[in-house]
Ligand binder design. Structure first.
Ligand code: GYE
Length: 327
């Protein structure tokens, strides 16, 4: 009896070993087939960026057939150029670039093209003389977002003959800054009473947003609106406003407009501290994967793909909307 049982266990153990060995060989073979992606990320300046990085990491896993080489450029273009050159040297299959600013990419993108490595631009855009220097782009319509915010201001402040606006800009020269700034500045041109009383960059970070807002509040007592080009700068600005003894948001002294509509941003919208939050979706991982699959299949993806986005007004914001937020 005992002998029989131990024989069964022995056979089972042998079979398990064989299966495991088989799996090990398989995974070694699968490993050599992984698609290698060099990803140059801007940095970790905002909640939006953190969600974007997570989306990329969650998508491009070994289990999904990828080897992701991630590089954080810490908000410096020089670091991004170095990262791209390293990727070229490592002969990666694809480069994904989330560019900090739009200009200054021609040389390094030419190097990638010469090496035959397709480059997918994600999130912000590049401004290059020759559009064939990159394969395709996926991201947000920042100009559209700026227009959406300006249209809301026109509706909300209709009939008001004076509107003093503090403008907290994102990283100067980035697509998100250029588009959102253009939307506001066009609004100012259309509306005689609108005046930008201060315009300064907060680098898309909460700390800088707060610091800049603190100094503006010391110089300007008459502020109607803060137009912050992302959630994190809005959080910083709200802290500064409250520290100065004023109230931000619905029914307060200063109306706050923000962009991104991240989970934390929508929480502030639900709390009525941000009056209007224009959505900017960071979940590009799966979108980039679709593009890579198309390229792997020998297809030509669309050159530019914009992501659809909405906007949230604090007066109609609900807990259910917040709960459904994936980022
Ligand atoms: O709005 C901001 C981030 O480029 C759309 O970058 C992106 C922007 C986003 O730091 O929060």
């Amino acid at each position: 009896m005992f002998k029989k049982v131990s024989k069964v266990w022995f056979t089972l153990a042998m079979l398990t070993c064989m299966v495991l060995m088989g799996a090990a060989t398989l995974s070694a073979a699968a490993k050599s087939k992984l698609i290698t992606i060099g990803f140059s990320q801007v940095g970790a300046e905002s909640d939006w960026r953190t969600a974007n990085t997570k989306s990329m990491r969650d998508t491009f896993t070994e289990a999904n057939g990828y080897k992701l080489i991630f590089d954080d450029a810490q908000q410096k273009q020089d670091n991004q150029i170095t990262a791209l050159r390293n990727f070229i040297q490592q002969e990666v299959d694809y480069i994904v670039l989330a560019p900090i600013g739009e200009t200054g990419w021609d040389t390094v993108l030419q190097e990638a093209k010469d090496a035959g490595i397709p480059v997918i631009i994600m999130d912000r855009m590049v401004n290059v003389a020759d559009e064939s220097l990159y394969t395709c782009w996926v991201g947000t319509n920042s100009r559209g977002e700026g227009d959406t915010a300006a249209a809301w201001m026109e509706k909300t402040f209709a009939g008001k003959d004076k509107l003093n606006i503090v403008h907290l800009q994102g990283t100067i020269g980035s697509t998100a800054q250029i588009g959102r700034t253009a939307g506001l500045e066009d609004g100012v041109k259309r509306n005689k009473g609108w005046k930008i009383v201060a315009q300064q960059t907060g680098e898309f970070t909460q700390a800088k947003g707060q610091e800049v807002m603190e100094s503006i509040l010391k110089q300007q007592s008459d502020i109607d609106v803060v137009y912050a080009e992302n959630d994190n700068m809005a959080f910083g600005a709200i802290d500064a406003i409250e520290a100065a003894g004023k109230k931000a948001g619905v029914g307060g002294d200063i109306t706050v407009i923000s962009f991104d509509a991240t989970h934390a941003g929508l929480q502030m919208t639900l709390d009525k501290k941000i009056n209007y939050n224009v959505e900017c979706n960071p979940l590009h991982g799966p979108r980039v994967e679709v593009l890579i699959k198309q390229l792997e299949a020998g297809q030509t993806p669309e050159k530019k793909a914009y992501v659809e986005e909405g906007a949230f007004d604090a007066t109609t914001m609900t807990q259910a909307i917040l709960d459904a937020r994936a980022y």
